[in-house]
Design a protein around this ligand. Structure first.
Ligand SMILES: Cc1ncc(COP(=O)(O)O)c(C=O)c1O
Length: 316
């Protein structure tokens, strides 16, 4: 990957049970010169940005929840590349102190709050036409950045080329499906596993629709804790804290949750001995601030998960 805008780092996940089963899990972390766009964000946004530049659009409008990693990334891209950004936020009661929305505003994003019932219409032509009348010169990007334009960016990630050779399986956390679709399309000869962190029965169909042609090299599996999107068990949190000891920094909503399932499946023998798994760490560490803000993790956990040097303990 020659793009100096981002950098790929590989880390081998150390676990005695995996070693005993001769399974390697390599974690691929993508950092970016603009830290808010790390992980899958830049890859998904890159060709949307190219599109607005080619078509002289004023900016990008997209959708997300009140703690959306995607909206922060979009806002950061807008500030860095000099285009306007609008975030349509699902919220019944706007909270201006929420760290994610605060960050979006600091980065210049204009926020418009809509009630959850209205937000559910985000793909309906009438709702979109109403928004289009307010933002006529904007490119509309679906929630999570998952449009067909997300796919070519993902194709640039050399995810199968781990330091120990070619991966036999690619895995990642999946929510709106664009990341998984990009990896499936780019690696038709490799097995790809999406680990769904949302409960959404329409997700496989939506992934199929994003793919230019049908592929059979992929599988979508529900993460194993069975917790709703955004919630996590103490075991998943502890797993993420243990990973941080290996300098693999994750959050328990996306990559930490997915990796917890993947390791559990590997330990129980779901993958053949000799499997060589490349796990794409999709970023999202900004979400830790929101977890701390809502009291879902304490300050020390927050700092440990973030890899902050200051781990002196809670100041509250
Ligand atoms: C940190 C993080 N990881 C994974 C995902 C899931 O990616 P996708 O929505 O493309 O399935 C998201 C959502 O975009 C995310 O914010």
């Amino acid at each position: 990957m020659s793009d100096p805008f981002y950098q790929l780092q590989w880390q081998l996940l150390v676990d005695p049970l995996l070693t005993a089963r001769q399974i390697q899990i390599w974690v691929a972390t993508l950092s970016c010169r603009v830290p808010d766009i790390a992980g899958n964000k830049w890859l998904k946004l890159k060709y949307h940005i190219q599109q607005i530049q080619q078509h002289n659009k004023k900016g990008i409008l997209s959708f997300g929840g009140a703690f959306s990693n995607h909206l922060v990334a979009l806002a950061a891209a807008g500030q860095h590349f000099g285009f306007h950004t609008v975030g349509i936020v699902r919220s019944s009661a706007p909270d201006w102190h929420n760290p994610t929305l605060t960050r979006c505003r600091e980065l210049g994003m204009q926020l418009q709050f809509v009630q959850p019932e209205q937000y559910r219409q985000k793909q309906q032509p009438e709702f979109l036409a109403w928004l289009q009348s307010q933002y006529p010169d904007f490119l509309f990007v679906p929630e999570g950045g998952s449009s067909p334009l997300a796919l070519p960016g993902l194709a640039e990630l050399p995810i199968t080329r781990t330091p120990a050779g070619t991966a036999s399986l690619i895995a990642c956390a999946t929510a709106s499906g664009g990341t998984l679709a990009g990896l499936i399309a780019a690696h038709p000869d490799t097995s790809v596993l999406g680990i769904s962190v949302v409960k959404d029965s329409s997700l496989p169909d939506r992934i199929d629709q994003l793919l230019p042609v049908q592929h059979s090299n992929w599988q979508l599996r529900q993460e194993q804790s069975q917790k709703p999107y955004g919630k996590f068990t103490q075991q998943t949190l502890q797993f993420c804290l243990d990973l941080a000891q290996q300098q693999i920094y994750t959050e328990p909503v996306y990559s930490g949750k997915a990796l917890h399932s993947l390791v559990g499946w590997a330990q129980q023998g779901d993958f053949a001995p000799g499997s060589h798994i490349a796990f794409f760490h999709t970023g999202g560490l900004q979400g830790l601030a929101g977890l701390y803000y809502r009291g879902l993790i304490n300050q020390q956990q927050y700092q440990l998960l973030l890899g902050s040097v200051n781990v002196a303990g809670p100041a509250e």
